[in-house]
Ligand binder design. Structure first.
Ligand code: GLA
Length: 618
């Protein structure tokens, strides 16, 4: 509709039609990504699930909290102590109030004829210096009620009494969690929207009330994403109301489903991007892959969540420290939440040293909030680069495979000129490596990750957009169009590629326009709008734009527009696939928000576009 409208009327791109506004391509003149809750950096702490599943109890939780203190992990930032599934007994039908399984949580036992309450439990955690987290489901029933049927701690009672999820009780339950009990964090799962279909075995066997799934396990394309989103929006609004000081974390758990990648960051503080992590290497890889190319969707207050740490179990136990270190390094680089899932009452030094690597924690908690971008992926080796505060950069070299692998780190990976000396400090061994220029080779053991910090910088005078992902908001993009030759790159839980990319096309090919590779920049589909927080720090913006050779069709034309605080600063002529890139520059003195809009005209799926070498100069 938009594309037709523009071709038909050759509308001036300054006069914005209502259709443009609707499609979200109209410049807003400001940064519109919301900021809510208390997740300026990725949440850190402990969660009961990976250690205990539903066999959780107060002694286990408090013991692990005490251990966080005694081991010094609390001082390093592990501050949330979170319950997961298993805490509830039932919902009282007379008034809908949730009842706690006090046999597991004795401090919640009603006193003097009062109500069962988690307040004493939460107060104790608070007194120990922690924040407290609780768990619920956005539907009527929870995950354990479908997936852990052998659990001794499932909700009990009539069909209605066992409906412990939020449906129909959002404000009541959130008020109970945040207002009355004093929790600071809630993880809101989604099995209630997925696993209770009419006629399903679980419903028949357990007598649950059936509901038509909004998340269709076997068919992501059938997810009713807008309805899923609406439910989470309602929860988020309720949390904000019941947490007037804003000191809350809202964790969305739809395992990458319901198109959460498009809305998670507008609604909550973190959103799961993959199915549950297990203690196998392949499972960790699947979780990591679900966030590795989602760099542009995270920022302070809003984080991709590849799930909790599984360090200490299976392929990550104390006999697999290489794997455990890799898992931790990847989570640190990806700005994933660092939630320990281990019974800390009995943790070996070797594992404590991993969770306690202060250098890696600092990388994860860096105040700029830039998630690492994937700079290279060749064979089994991936190179991840994360821009830190203070002119520092972290780089990780990761061997996914079970054989040794060589890796070459180049100045280009670090976005540096070939003559800049690069000094690296190894954040596991703490060794300083002698400076090199251009390229240095490393040997990685099976499953090994090397991670370094460097102070080498290009020039203080300018910054590439690629180096400031947390200051870029993908405000509008089309749902994806498959490329001409099919797609076998990294995909999300719904089988789609990663959306907007740093230093790559949306199909993860190098940014390439008319046969010319542009090493850095942002790649995404046209009919998109990016907001960039410039904050009046810069004088000049320059960019090399064009339609990426990876575009699915040669039919469409794209016009590139650059706005500063809502004013058009530069625009390209319409460009087609195969046409050479065009350089645009704009004066941006005093500009708070820069907007980069790519508007497609003509037929066919939206082309992939390159905002190449995009750079802000001071
Ligand atoms: C789902 C979630 C897990 C965990 C379990 C609890 O599977 O994804 O993280 O919370 O439910 O039942």
């Amino acid at each position: 509709m938009l594309r037709k409208l523009l071709t038909a009327s050759a509308a001036s791109l300054l006069a914005v039609s209502p259709a443009l506004a609707q499609d979200g391509l109209k410049p807003t003149g400001r940064w519109t990504a919301p900021r809510m809750g208390a997740a300026a950096t990725p949440p850190m702490g402990w969660n009961a699930w990976n250690a205990f599943r539903t066999e959780v109890d107060e002694a286990k939780v408090m013991g692990s909290a005490q251990a966080l203190r005694d081991t010094g992990l609390a001082r390093l930032g592990y501050r949330y102590v979170n319950l997961d599934d298993g805490w509830w007994l039932q919902r009282r039908t007379s008034d809908g109030r949730l009842q706690i399984r006090t046999a597991l949580f004795p401090s919640a036992t009603p006193k003097d004829g009062g109500e069962a309450s988690f307040k004493p439990f939460v107060d104790r955690l608070h007194a120990m210096g922690f924040k407290a987290g609780i768990y619920t489901d956005v539907g009527r029933n929870a995950c354990s009620q479908a997936w852990d049927l052998k659990s001794p701690n499932l909700p009990v009672g009539t069909v209605q009494e066992r409906e412990v999820g939020l449906e129909g009780h959002v404000d009541q339950d959130i008020g109970l969690f945040f207002g009355e009990w004093g929790f600071d964090y809630v993880k809101v799962d989604a099995c209630g929207l997925a696993d209770y279909a009419p006629g399903s075995a679980v419903v028949a066997k357990n007598g649950y009330r059936p509901s038509d799934p909004l998340i269709v396990r076997k068919d992501p394309a059938a997810d009713r994403s807008q309805a899923v989103r609406d439910l989470y929006v309602e929860v988020g609004q309720s949390i904000a109301r019941h947490s007037p000081d804003g000191d809350y974390v809202f964790s969305i758990c739809t395992w990458g489903r319901g198109d959460v990648r498009a809305w998670g960051g507008q609604v909550g503080n973190l959103w799961r991007t993959s199915p549950d992590i297990g203690s196998r290497w392949s499972s960790m890889l699947r979780s990591f892959d679900s966030v590795a190319t989602r760099t542009l969707y995270a920022r302070p207050g809003a984080w991709n969540d590849p799930d909790m740490l599984f360090i200490g179990a299976g392929d990550f136990d104390q006999t697999h420290l290489t794997e455990a270190r890799s898992h931790f390094t990847l989570w640190a680089m990806a700005n994933a939440p660092l939630l320990i899932g281990y019974d800390l009452r009995d943790a070996p030094r070797s594992l404590l040293d991993i969770w306690g690597n202060a250098d890696l924690i600092a990388i994860n908690q860096d105040p700029l909030g830039n998630q690492a971008a994937l700079a290279a992926h060749e064979g089994d080796v991936q190179i991840l680069v994360k821009t830190l505060s203070g002119g520092r950069t972290a780089v990780a070299l990761f061997n996914r495979g079970d054989k040794p692998a060589g890796a070459a780190l180049t100045s280009q990976h670090l976005r540096l000129a070939a003559d800049v000396p690069i000094a690296l400090r190894d954040l596991w061994s703490k060794a300083d490596l002698p400076p090199f220029k251009g390229e240095r080779r490393f040997e990685l053991g099976p499953h090994e990750t090397l991670v370094f910090e460097t102070r080498a910088t290009a020039s203080a005078g300018s910054v590439l957009l690629s180096e400031m992902p947390a200051r870029i908001h993908v405000a509008q993009e089309p749902t994806w169009a498959p490329p001409a030759d099919g797609f076998d790159g990294p995909a999300d839980a719904a089988g789609r590629p990663g959306g907007a990319q740093i230093d790559a096309s949306p199909y993860r090919t190098p940014l390439t326009v008319a046969g010319r590779t542009i090493p850095h920049g942002v790649g995404l589909l046209a009919d998109s709008r990016l907001e960039v927080r410039a904050e009046a720090e810069f004088k000049r913006f320059s960019v090399r734009v064009g339609v990426d050779d990876a575009s699915p069709s040669a039919l469409g034309e794209v016009r590139f527009l650059v706005y500063g605080d809502g004013r058009l600063l530069a625009r390209s002529k319409p460009l087609r696939r195969g046409q050479p890139p065009v350089d645009l520059t704009a004066r941006v003195q005093g500009v708070q928000t820069l907007e980069l809009v790519a508007v497609a005209h003509g037929e066919g799926p939206p082309p992939a576009v390159a905002w190449g070498a995009a750079k802000l100069a001071r």
